[in-house]
Design a protein around this ligand. Structure first.
Ligand code: INI
Length: 192
């Protein structure tokens, strides 16, 4: 057998193996039963945030959550979302949170100051610190029309998507829960 032919056969065998490989898959289901959710909602731009909240709780309810499984916590504005979300997550009562807000660029520069607080990064940090998934459902829009589109009109409702994401992440987190015994081994100090 010629060298070139051997090479081609090897390559096609490798490709065949790759095609046959059926990797195990870990994913979050979309059933909310047996989980607890916290929804932190900003009062600012309430016309929008209330619609996002209604859609998020609708998603949770349709997936099997009951009233006792969902708590709503209200904050003044988007700027307050990270701190309060972190505090709510740290209670250990919830499997996932949804942080809801709406920032609209207005005529003043206040929008820029609110965004400069980088509540997106702060919410990310809060979920990494607490280990509780925090779904970021903050609309950042140039106009009220854009916000309305994303809160139930042309752009669908981002609150509903956030509710579904919270359910999926609650499942996934439970599946990937760390084994304390294994963590203790990893953290064991090295012998000198
Ligand atoms: N809060 C919002 O949630 N959205 C906005 O568009 C907004 N703007 O543009 O001012 C806003 N400001 C309030 C801010 O979030 C705080 O609540 C306030 O600054 C007190 O800390």
């Amino acid at each position: 057998m010629k060298y070139k032919e051997v090479k081609i056969r090897k390559r096609s065998a490798r490709r065949e193996m790759a095609e046959k490989l059926q990797p195990g898959e870990i994913h979050g289901d979309l059933s909310a039963a047996g989980f607890r959710f916290g929804v932190v909602v900003s009062r600012f731009n309430g016309f929008i945030t209330e619609r996002l909240l209604a859609a998020a709780t609708d998603a949770l309810e349709r997936a099997g959550a009951t009233s006792k499984d969902v708590d709503v916590v209200r904050v003044p504005g988007a700027f307050e979302l990270p701190l309060v979300s972190k505090k709510v997550a740290a209670t250990g009562k919830y499997d996932a949170l949804v942080a809801i807000g709406c920032v609209i660029r207005g005529e003043t520069t206040h929008y820029d100051y609110v965004c400069a607080g980088d509540f997106n990064a702060a919410c990310s940090l809060a979920q990494l610190d607490t280990g509780v998934p925090i779904i970021f459902c903050v609309l950042t829009c140039d106009t009220l029309e854009q916000a309305i589109d994303r809160a139930g009109l042309k752009g669908g409702n981002k609150g509903f998507e956030a509710g579904l994401a919270a359910i999926e992440m609650a499942h996934l987190s439970r599946k990937l829960r760390a084994n304390p015994a294994k963590l203790a081994i990893i953290r064991k100090p090295r012998r000198k």
